[in-house]
Design a protein around this ligand. Structure first.
Ligand code: 4AD
Ligand code: MG
Length: 461
């Protein structure tokens, strides 16, 4: 079968040629002697118009087909420079692969994103979701390419873990119901949380700690996998299951870290602008006017830099307008992040050197003893897209910090070992993959960039 994408790309060379395509009916109009089928084959988010007439032996069956039916069509391509669609196909034969019933939920009208969320198994058949998930796939590819070109080793960190990297206690616990393999004496009670692994375990909130161990062997590594957070925040940018990319670099400091983050985001943007032009044009027209201009602007500007302390000074002046008032020591909320990047910088910005109390235990203490070598990258429309830091590489300081935050030194012995055996300065960050997809498509809800979103109260399919 010729892919519809190929027809769009090389339509002139297919003009007046016979082709065979396959796909699903998006819409069908007919009259007594002829009809039009709009057909999509999944290779391109725009459908193709097929013209058919009563010279087809199964004309009467075809004209009564429901939307959603699967067809194989052989026909002649005709470039139509003056029509609404750039070309059409005049059917010589149409074979029915599978019919559809009249209750097919995707009729030829605009459905709201809210409605489409209730049918996550069917929404990838719409133009918007075809574009979103194709771009999502391209971004994943671009990220691998970016790191592989720079000799980073892709490490698969575990999903089931005993540690809580971010120390926020937002973990989903892993238990087992089938304990057939675990022998217990009759009077010993089964502990569903502990018995399989011999301790309590959870789904990972971040692959960073495992990633650091490999960075101490390979120098530069990255992870790319699912992470899980039981955050009870029902917002348009939090999911309970999301994907994260976490590079970790030995012999690198916070500035190196920010440079890699900026280069990576720019690389992804150029890649998508080059490989998904039509999708971006579609988003720019239907989802977020100004998207392309904004992305181009990012490519041609340096990211902003500001310390947390400076940022707080700016934000305090605007406290009246915020729902949450800030002062030195407060964590930044989305409204503050967006104010900084949208109103003050009008481009992506790194906020650095946060108070140690609001950041994770592993971040390197700054000489002022109050702040840590942390960076968050904020982007317009979203807020935080990346969180990273230079890591504490001093054995004694790390131990002291772990004691302060109440971490078990035994559980994290593997982690402190790294500071005993050839400790090297190192840094890394985590890019929220879905937030990155939102940033590049203009989609405003994380539920619409995850194929099967899991959020508070929602785990359909
Ligand atoms: O800032 P976070 O919590 O950083 C870490 O997990 C570090 N261990 C990363 C590292 O240094 N290796 O998370 C990183 C990014 C955030 O900036 C955000 O984009 C995304 O992950 N993120 C979420 N995305 C969707 N839903 C959630 N609940 C998210 N929580 C974090
Ligand atoms: Mg963060």
């Amino acid at each position: 079968f010729i892919h519809i994408k190929k027809l769009y790309q090389d339509m002139d060379s297919y003009n007046e040629q016979s082709v065979t395509i396959c796909g699903w009916i998006r819409s069908l109009r007919d009259s007594k002697s002829f009809g039009f089928i709009s057909i999509n084959d999944g290779t391109y988010f725009q459908p193709v118009q097929v013209v058919f007439d009563n010279t087809l032996e199964n004309f009467d069956t075809i004209r009564k087909l429901n939307i959603g039916s699967a067809l194989i069509i052989k026909g002649n391509v005709l470039v139509t420079p003056n029509a609404r669609q750039p070309f059409e196909i005049h059917a010589e034969s149409i074979t029915i692969e599978g019919t559809s019933t009249p209750d097919y939920p995707l009729q030829k009208k605009r459905h709201s994103f809210e409605y489409l969320r209730t049918i996550p198994h069917l929404r990838p058949r719409t133009n918007t979701f075809q574009a979103v998930f194709r771009v999502r796939s391209l971004i994943a590819y671009a990220i691998h390419q970016f790191f592989q070109e720079r000799d980073f080793v892709y490490v698969h960190t575990p999903i089931i873990t005993g540690s809580d990297c971010e120390g926020a206690g937002e973990m989903f616990q892993v238990t087992t119901l089938d304990l057939a393999n675990i022998e217990k004496s009759p009077n010993e009670k089964v502990n569903y949380k502990k018995d399989f692994f011999g301790k309590e375990v959870n789904l990972t909130v971040s692959g960073q700690l495992n990633g650091e161990t490999y960075a101490m062997a390979f120098q530069n590594i990255y992870t790319f996998g699912p992470t899980f957070r039981a955050e009870n925040s029902n917002t348009s940018r939090h999911a309970a299951e999301f994907w994260m990319i976490e590079p970790e670099m030995a012999f690198a400091d916070l500035n190196d870290d920010m440079q890699v983050a900026e280069d990576m985001l720019k690389y992804i943007i150029s890649y998508v602008m080059e490989h998904a032009k039509e999708e971006l044009t579609f988003f720019n027209q239907h989802i977020d006017t100004g998207l392309i201009e904004r992305l181009e602007h990012v490519l041609h500007s340096e990211f902003g830099h500001i310390t947390y302390t400076e940022a707080i000074k700016i934000l305090e002046k605007n406290n009246d307008a915020f729902q949450y008032k800030v002062h030195w020591g407060s964590d930044l909320q989305t409204e503050h992040e967006r104010y900084l990047t949208e109103e003050i910088f009008k481009r992506p910005v790194f906020v650095t050197d946060y108070p140690k109390e609001i950041k994770a235990f592993y971040m390197k203490l700054n000489p002022d003893q109050k702040t840590v070598a942390a960076m968050d990258c904020l982007v317009p429309g979203i807020g935080e897209i990346i969180g990273g830091s230079q890591r504490e590489d001093d054995y004694d300081l790390l131990l002291a910090r772990m004691k302060e935050t109440g971490l078990s030194l035994d559980d994290y012995a593997f982690y402190t070992d790294l500071r005993k055996y050839g400790s090297a300065r190192h840094a890394g960050f985590g890019l929220g993959f879905e937030r990155c997809v939102m940033y590049l498509t203009g989609m405003s809800n994380i539920r619409d960039v995850l194929p099967f979103p899991r959020t508070v109260g929602n785990c359909t399919l």
